[in-house]
Design a protein around this ligand. Structure first.
Ligand code: HEC
Length: 104
């Protein structure tokens, strides 16, 4: 193999690696749309909760957790909050989680 084509192949492989996570990154805009429909009623459009027991995302409440921990809370539900299994896919929940992190 000529050095030039080897370099090109290595470069192509590296680009593939770099774009892979991007292709799977959460879609924050989609998360925002879902939030407005399913979450804003209790957590407030801007993250300032309208329900006393609901965490205030504008103050970052409950957001010091991994995406996976938040995903699991959302799937199962918490207190007055319903579980979202069968309503939102894991993909959609992770989109919402990425949106929650923008509300601070
Ligand atoms: C019916 C009102 C209601 C709706 C709708 C609702 N929530 Fe909640 N949510 C709550 C309440 C109340 C709590 C606090 C529950 C508790 O700790 O007892 C909570 C807790 C949470 C928490 C913290 C979980 C934890 O680890 O304690 C997250 C994250 C969250 N909600 C996100 C969302 C998202 C995202 C949506 C929309 C998909 C949503 N909620 C919809 C009322 C609601």
């Amino acid at each position: 193999m000529k050095p030039a084509s080897f370099r090109a192949q290595t470069l192509a492989a590296l680009c593939g690696l770099l774009t892979l996570p991007a292709a799977h990154a959460a879609d924050m805009r989609n998360g925002g749309r879902i939030y407005n429909v399913h979450c804003a009623g209790c957590h407030g459009a801007d993250g300032r909760s309208v329900m006393p027991e609901a965490p205030n995302f504008a103050r970052g409440e409950k957001l010091m957790q991994s995406d996976v921990a938040l995903l699991s809370a959302m799937r199962i539900g918490r207190g007055a909050m319903p579980g979202y299994v069968g309503i939102l896919s894991d993909r959609e929940i992770l989109d919402v989680v990425s949106f929650l992190r923008t509300l601070r």
